[in-house]
Design a protein around this ligand. Structure first.
Ligand SMILES: [Zn+2]
Length: 177
């Protein structure tokens, strides 16, 4: 049968075909659900593939859309948003800690609750606003740079380092005055 003939046949027998389908679905509910599920999964995969291609071709627009979508979601469902954001932060924190080793490089303290990322050479101009996500990206995309810039210190060692640096600076200022 040609496509044309198929279409003509379908138009003529449409009611009967649909009725047969309904009867079959009623007699085979499990199979019908399974078919629906598979069909939906296929559509979903196809749409995901299409979106992936589109994002690759339009990175700037994709960024804006994703940012807007995020903001809308955050406004509409603040609790879910927080939950999901926290889960994401936990995941990337895991990656960061795995990368640096989960202990203070000075004293070996290992309780994550009091471990902090320290800027090895003080806070550079570009680094001082670096959030968790940016540090994560640095670790993943530029591991050598990350290792050169950051280390893990515990809260105590970090405080001590800060005080010592401050004392050193004060000393230099006094000497130069
Ligand atoms: Zn320490």
């Amino acid at each position: 049968m040609s496509t044309e003939a198929q279409r003509a046949w379908y138009i003529k027998n449409r009611a009967r075909v649909l009725e047969n389908g309904r009867v079959w679905r009623r007699d085979n509910p499990e199979k019908a659900l399974e078919i629906d599920r598979r069909h939906k999964a296929k559509l979903k995969a196809r749409r995901a593939e299409y979106m992936r291609e589109w994002r690759a071709k339009n990175p700037e627009q994709a960024k804006i859309i994703s940012r807007n979508g995020n903001a809308t979601w955050r406004k509409r469902r603040p609790v879910e948003y927080r939950k999901s954001a926290n889960a994401y932060n936990d995941r990337i924190r895991d990656v960061i800690f795995q990368f640096f080793g989960e202990q203070c490089v000075k004293c070996g303290f290992t309780d994550r609750r009091a471990l902090q990322m320290d800027h090895i050479n003080g806070r550079g101009r570009d680094d001082h606003r670096m959030g968790l996500n940016q540090r994560y990206k640095l670790v993943v995309e530029h591991p050598d740079e990350a290792r050169a810039k950051f280390q893990i210190l515990c809260a105590n060692c970090n405080t001590i380092k800060r005080v010592e640096q401050h004392e050193y600076l004060t000393y230099r200022i006094q000497r130069s005055a």
